[in-house]
Design a protein around this ligand. Structure first.
Ligand code: ZN
Length: 224
């Protein structure tokens, strides 16, 4: 998901690449791309950042048909497109690289969106999904933090001590962490399925957290 809009990764990559030139990308991340005697035709020779390269042995191939271009190093054999370059430079997964490029170059439009703008109804629906998912994730994340806190604050110090109900509650932490993970690496169906099925659980969590907030706030004030 990029900006809450679900498009296939491939179209995201293509869209990002279409808007960039490999030379601009290389230059932006510190690869010296000044025109020099090494340059020829549409390519540009640069020093390769992936091996100890004193004489430029990497060639940047500018693509004229809008797919951004490629690089190839004749010294160490590294090659790829702008997204691969960023992935290798910053040790990122391809989608993270696409996101980095999007942010660093202020790109805004994405392939699927650009070609066929969805109807307003679809966009509102989509926005609704994103909103629901963000809310669910935030509630689950906050609730996990709360349970973690309960577990450490109310752990019984000996077997003679009566168990605090908040400590008992905190024993559910792993279950809620599992729920939270659905919003990190689950599919859209799983996320939506959870929201439908566990709506009452989410409302209960919201109530608990809202009731806890002023208490925690007061404790903080007292601690100061
Ligand atoms: Zn190299």
């Amino acid at each position: 998901m990029l900006y809450g809009i679900e498009v296939s990764n491939i179209s995201v990559y293509n869209n990002v690449k279409e808007q960039l030139s490999i030379i601009d990308v290389a230059q932006h991340y510190g690869i010296e791309c000044e025109r020099s005697r090494f340059n020829s035709g549409s390519g540009r020779m640069v020093c390769c950042p992936f091996h100890d390269d004193r004489n430029p042995s990497m060639k940047l191939y500018e693509e004229k048909n809008g797919s951004g271009g490629n690089f190839h190093c004749f010294g160490c054999g590294e090659h790829g497109d702008a997204i691969d370059l960023v992935s290798k430079l910053f040790n990122l997964a391809p989608l993270q690289s696409a996101e980095k490029l999007t942010q660093d170059f202020g790109l805004t439009v994405f392939g699927v969106q650009k070609q066929s703008k969805p109807s307003i109804k679809k966009r509102i629906e989509r926005h609704g999904y994103v909103f629901q998912e963000n809310r669910a994730y935030k509630l689950l994340a906050d609730y996990c933090d709360y349970l973690k806190q309960c577990r450490s604050d109310y752990a019984p110090k000996s077997h003679l001590e009566e168990i605090n109900p908040l400590f008992l509650k905190s024993l559910d932490l792993e279950k809620y962490q599992y729920y939270k993970d659905i919003f990190i690496d689950g599919s859209k169906d799983e996320r939506q399925g959870f929201i439908k099925e566990f709506d009452s659980v989410l409302s209960r969590i919201e109530k608990t957290l809202n009731a806890e907030k002023p208490k925690r706030h007061n404790e903080l004030i007292e601690a100061i």
